[in-house]
Design a protein around this ligand. Structure first.
Ligand code: 44T
Length: 782
């Protein structure tokens, strides 16, 4: 509490004098008027400056002007953002927060900007502050959970919950320390667990580094809580930036690390170890028989790894990475050209591409079929710096793999065995019950190629940009070699089975000729979720039926009206008649790639507006329009016409209202896009009589489920300390899913339901989160 008597005695008088200062009052009121006028004229920058002046001179107006000030700030920030004036943008927010330091809406909005700019930690801080100020503020809550998810990735929980892995690492570290490795560096310490193992095993000096700020802070907390803060030095840096003696006083005898991802090299272990051997580690033991009593040697845990691969069929993988259907809704897709997911290592490396994705094969919906036996793709010794350095210049290795079962070649799955030392290893294989997923290298080029027993699959293995790359290049069948990579034409044997749909290929080649595009070199990239949606025939067919029905209803209606008013319809019945008066207008505001506008346009007498933004994707739509006999004039790209989001739902022309608006408000993962939902009421006003919004309504189902897997991903489980260390309470602050859902429950449901959940000792989770306060949900679980 501020001490009232400590205030300067004249403060009252000063305040009164201030208020009575006529010049100041004049300035305040004229500035306020200017602010309002500028706001009305959408001159947000000037309005913002006027508001700043008014509120600094006359804080009494804060309550009165708060909403307009916020609105001005957000609009001005949007403008600054769009022209890249980022520093100015943050300055404005800082000025705003000086005036309104505990305004949760401003804090949350600044957090959103910070997040978009990549300042995740700072963004998290803002969301957290906003949430503290108003715990029931849904936007800040949602933002915070999203960021928390970013800050501490869920695999940290999985790894800490994997007892087998923890114990093996602990034993290997203990053995190494006891055999003389006295100085230890833990690279990528995460929660600090491996460093603490080394200390507990008796290492004299332990250092640890961690590049993520959140994880570094967490490690410091954990190490302190375990009474080791004086004995483990934790550095917030990437190991590659570490130097002796600046960061650690001398080279160490042991590096421990688990900076490996499902594809082994994705966290940069090769680069880190090369650097460590050159700068941070004592020289290695050269020869097993060499006696080195005097000079200590260095080593690494894990000592090395063996990488395995296997070709698989999986419809689930397929539908996320390539087009599997020849018709979508009522459209033929023959002329679509090549559509692929951004997961590919057969093409030239590109920033927007990832060579692999990850899946737990054993849990794939629909399962998977192994098409080859597992094969050894690579062996690597982490204690041999020459081998590490030679990896990227290793020649491309070609392997010939006998096919053991008939099936579509969808992907190469990869896993590895991590040799901690000579005796102990960890496997990330699909058969193991571990926390690990497998790396999936989808096969794009072999569209629907069916492998048969007796075939041999030729795979090329290489190491580029420190990533392991696996590529299925050809199939050997009955003495012929069938190329799977369309660009390697010289190898193409002409075997018809390599081209399952020659007609479609021809169509698409023709369509490409028309657009002057070389389709074999050029492809259009779709996100995995967009690809999966495109492959969903039911979804498109239902839309096709629904829009067809609506259009015939509207046509009947307009015919009746015309007859009623005695006007003769003189319109040509062809789909090519362009600006005819009975043309129906359909707007698709789906995010990302969507064919719905084209499906609408294919009904005839429809002018459809698509929201597809990317140029290549627009080209695909135009190509499909042409090949499906849809006049180009009947497909427009909405976002090419409007500059700001405000105009988003504006009608196509003054006289005309929309016949249908497609609001794509459910994400493919099942979440509801709240912002799109909010547009629904606005959209409704812009519909012609009898017009429709698609989808018409959404029914949300919920179910309580028990799932150990979800629990293992969301928090460190159990009361027992992890390897004897106190870690769970610290990392569990970042538990997202469970607490988010149960908090949400507390808001939505009545007390009875909440207490039921609390009492249940079994794991509980909700598999479907929907928009706030959905009444049906409450009913369902009661
Ligand atoms: N996830 C595997 C990958 N780091 C594990 O910041 C397995 C994925 C996975 N710090 C499901 C299951 C699993 N210098 O905190 C991270 C990272 C840090 C470094 C300093 C460096 N050179 C690096 C490199 C990485 O190390 C920590 C661990 S990386 C482990 C990755 C459970 N999905």
């Amino acid at each position: 509490m501020p001490n009232a008597s400590a205030r300067p005695k004249h403060s009252r008088r000063t305040r009164r004098r201030r208020r009575e200062d006529p010049a100041r009052n004049e300035l305040v009121s004229s500035s306020l008027e200017s602010a309002q006028q500028c706001l009305f004229n959408q001159d947000y920058g000037t309005a913002f400056v006027h508001y700043l002046l008014v509120l600094n001179l006359a804080p009494v107006f804060k309550d009165f002007a708060r909403d307009s000030f916020r609105f001005t700030l957000f609009k001005w920030a949007e403008e600054l953002d769009s022209v890249g004036r980022i520093q100015d943008l943050f300055n404005c927010y800082e000025q705003a927060l000086e005036l309104f330091p505990s305004d949760e809406v401003i804090l949350n909005s600044m957090g959103e900007h910070l997040f978009r700019m990549g300042f995740r930690d700072e963004a998290a801080g803002h969301f957290h502050k906003a949430l503290k100020l108003r715990p029931d503020y849904p936007e800040a809550r949602e933002n915070f959970y999203r960021v928390a998810n970013w800050l501490v990735e869920r695999w940290h929980f999985l790894m800490l919950n994997d007892r087998g892995r923890n114990q093996k690492y602990q034993q290997a570290i203990q053995k190494a320390v006891q055999s003389g490795c006295n100085t230890v560096l833990d690279i990528g310490t995460g929660t600090g667990i491996l460093g603490m193992c080394a200390k507990k095993a008796g290492a004299a000096e332990v250092y640890a580094c961690e590049l993520s700020k959140t994880m570094y802070e967490l490690a410091c907390e954990v190490v302190t809580a375990n009474g080791m803060d004086g004995s483990i030095k934790i550095l917030h840096m990437k190991s590659l930036e570490m130097e002796v003696p600046k960061d650690i006083p001398h080279r160490v005898s042991l590096v421990v690390t688990e900076t490996v991802d499902a594809g082994l090299f994705g966290e940069g272990i090769i680069e880190s170890l090369i650097h460590a051997w050159h700068h941070l580690l004592l020289p290695p033991q050269r020869d097993e028989n060499e006696f080195r009593e005097q000079s200590a040697t260095g080593r690494v845990i894990p000592a090395g790894a063996t990488v395995f691969g296997m070709a698989v069929e999986s419809a689930e993988i397929r539908r996320h990475h390539r087009l599997c259907v020849s018709e979508v809704g009522c459209l033929s897709m023959a002329a679509a050209g090549e559509l692929r997911s951004p997961v590919s290592c057969s093409s030239e490396p590109d920033d927007s591409m990832e060579p692999y994705t990850t899946e737990r094969l054993s849990r794939l919906p629909g399962g998977y079929k192994p098409l080859t036996e597992p094969f050894t793709a690579l062996n690597i010794d982490f204690n041999n710096v020459q081998e590490l350095e030679g990896l990227s210049s290793r020649e491309v290795q070609q392997m010939c793999l006998p096919v053991i079962q008939e099936g579509e070649l969808d992907a190469l799955a990869v896993w590895f065995q991590l040799h901690l030392d000579e005796e102990s290893s960890l496997s990330t294989g699909p058969q193991e019950d571990t926390c690990w997923e497998q790396a999936i290298y989808p096969v794009h080029s072999a569209k629907g190629f069916v492998l048969k027993p007796g075939d041999e699959l030729i795979v090329e293995i290489s190491c580029r940009d420190a990533y392991l790359r696996l590529c299925s290049v050809a199939v050997r069948r009955e003495g012929h070699e069938i190329s799977l990579d369309k660009r390697v034409d010289s190898r193409y044997s002409g075997n018809p089975s390599s081209n399952p749909n020659p007609e479609a290929e021809l169509c698409s080649a023709l369509a490409c000729l028309q657009t002057g595009q070389n389709q074999t070199k050029d492809f259009c990239m779709l996100e995995c979720s967009e690809m999966a949606l495109l492959n969903n025939q039911d979804y498109h067919q239902s839309f096709c039926n629904a829009i067809g029905k609506l259009i015939s209803q509207l046509k009947v209606k307009s015919r009746n009206q015309e007859q009623g008013s005695g006007v003769q319809s003189v319109l040509a019945d062809s789909a090519n008649s362009t600006e005819c008066s009975d043309l129906l207008y359909v707007l698709d505001v789906s995010e990302g790639f969507s064919l719905l506008s084209l499906i609408a346009a294919s009904q005839g007498h429809v002018k459809a507006y698509s929201s597809v933004e990317k140029e290549k994707q627009q080209e695909v739509l135009k190509r499909l329009a042409r090949s499906n006999n849809i006049s180009e004039q009947h497909l427009e790209f909405w976002l090419n016409h409007i500059e700001d989001e405000q105009g988003m739902l504006k009608r196509p022309s003054r006289e005309k209202l929309w016949s249908a608006i497609i609001l794509d408000c459910v994400e493919t993962c099942g979440l509801i896009r709240q912002k799109v939902m909010e547009k629904a009421s606005l959209a409704r006003c812009l519909l012609e009589e009898g017009g429709h919004i698609f989808p018409e309504r959404i029914v949300v189902y919920g179910m309580l489920v028990e799932s150990d897997t979800l629990l293992l991903e969301s928090a460190v489980q159990g009361q027992e300390p992890t390897l004897g260390f106190n870690i769970a309470p610290f990392i569990n602050q970042f538990t997202t899913c469970c607490s988010a859902v149960s908090d949400w429950f507390k808001q939505v449901c009545d007390q009875a339901t909440v207490s039921l959940l609390k009492r249940s000792t079994a794991s509980f989770l909700l598999c479907c989160i929907c928009c706030d306060r959905y009444p049906m949900f409450t009913k369902l679980i009661q």
